[in-house]
Design a protein around this ligand. Structure first.
Ligand code: FES
Ligand code: FES
Length: 397
């Protein structure tokens, strides 16, 4: 038996498995996730398709033991996923299922197409779904459903994600696939410009953050004004040190770049985020993912905010909960305390910029590119602050 630790639908799971147990059996028999269906058990029919580290994979030919450390998403984990929700409605509307046996795998493959295809044409959709067999429908309704979702999303300004944010090749689930050359020739529609390593908001699953911390800042403006400003993505990006947008944002989706310098290391995290807001509770949530190619680091992050009126409603306390996971070279040097201190200084600078904009004293549009966050300078400030605190403590004795 082999012990594995995997994340299934954003839940950490540890288990002992036989080396021969395949992932589909493990999910169905041990975790009762029976939405993953088994048809041929030979990697042919696609009924067992799920996502491993965000990539569609056949779970009947993937050993559970090979998935140690992987993030697995089954159809059950896509209950609240934006694209899967749109696809489910479209499948119902277009009569894209009868017995439903192929449907979980079909939805997962279709979701991948909705994510990646620039335009909806029947040939590409049929080609993309060629690995998922359906005995009932004759495929016409399925193709129509997928096509309608792609068309609708592109009309709403939601762009495709090249390679669906994929960076790794090799056996999915191993987490050790070769990066690089093959990834760069992955299926990119000819009419799409140079690859950008953004991950679409819709591609971003919920995740379990390695580190979570709380912060707050005070802004000298009423909560309603601050909340309205939080809904203006361009203004918010302009207030965030080192941040710039790489595509036209929508209210629920943003793509951008955050540049950070830490001593000799400079990193540019390119990625995207999905945005949720609730006016009734003056709160919101941003879940994002990004990659820095130079340092081969990647991050997932979540910011939850809640606005609380203070000073008889004249000012706002912004309560933040920040969760993140960092992988790659930067993870080696980004100690938790350092990240927390940097985040605290960034949020303070963000709050200052926001106040300037709210009071009309800042330029309304950014006219020059955002300068990178100088983590080195911030780090120096942090260290200076700590040394001062230590000296104060010593002098008091
Ligand atoms: S059951 Fe996995 S491809 Fe058929
Ligand atoms: S709906 Fe029955 S196999 Fe596809």
């Amino acid at each position: 038996m082999t012990e594995i630790g995997i994340e299934v639908n954003a839940r950490a799971v540890k288990a002992w498995v036989e080396p021969r147990t395949h992932l589909a059996d493990f999910l169905r028999d041990h975790l009762n996730l029976t939405g993953t269906h088994l048809g041929c058990e030979h990697g042919v029919c696609g009924a067992c398709t799920l996502l491993i580290d965000g990539m569609p994979a056949r779970s009947c030919i993937t050993f559970a033991a090979a998935c140690d450390g992987a993030h697995v998403t089954t159809i059950e984990g896509l209950d609240d996923d934006e694209i899967a929700t749109e696809l489910r409605s479209a499948f119902t509307r277009e009569h894209a299922l009868q017995c439903g046996y192929c449907t979980p795998g079909m939805l997962i493959s279709a979701r991948d197409l909705v994510l990646r295809l620039d335009a909806a044409n029947e040939r590409d959709i049929r080609l993309g779904l060629a690995g998922n067999l359906c005995r009932c429908t004759g495929y016409v309704g399925i193709v129509r459903a997928v096509r309608s979702v792609i068309e609708d999303r592109r009309k709403r300004g939601i762009r495709p994600v090249l390679s669906a944010g994929r960076e790794q090749l090799g056996p999915v689930g191993s987490g050790n696939g070769a990066r690089g050359s093959r990834a760069q020739v992955s299926s990119r529609p000819a009419n799409v410009e140079a690859p950008e390593r953004a991950s679409s908001a819709a591609a971003i699953p919920d995740f379990v953050a390695d580190k979570i911390f709380e912060q707050h800042v005070t802004i000298a403006a009423p909560p309603a004004e601050v909340f309205a400003m939080f809904g203006d993505i361009k203004q918010i990006a302009a207030c965030l040190p080192g941040a710039s947008l790489t595509a036209e944002p929508t209210p629920e989706h943003v793509e951008g770049l955050i540049e950070v310098r830490l001593g000799p290391i400079s990193a540019g995290f390119r990625g995207s985020a999905r945005i949720g807001r609730d006016a009734s509770t003056m709160s919101g949530r941003i879940v994002g993912t990004g990659n820095d190619q130079r340092s081969r680091s990647s991050t997932q992050g979540e910011i939850r905010y809640h606005l609380v009126p203070i000073e008889q409603g004249a000012a706002t306390r912004v309560e933040l909960s920040i969760g993140y996971s960092l992988q790659g070279m930067l993870a080696q040097i980004a100690r938790e305390g350092l990240v927390r201190d940097l985040a605290s200084r960034l949020t303070a600078e963000f709050a200052r910029n926001l106040e300037r904009r709210l009071s009309g004293t800042a330029e309304s549009q950014r006219t020059r590119p955002a300068s990178p966050v100088d983590g080195g300078a911030l780090l120096f400030d942090v260290l200076r602050g700590r040394v001062r605190a230590i000296l104060r403590g010593l002098l008091r004795r």
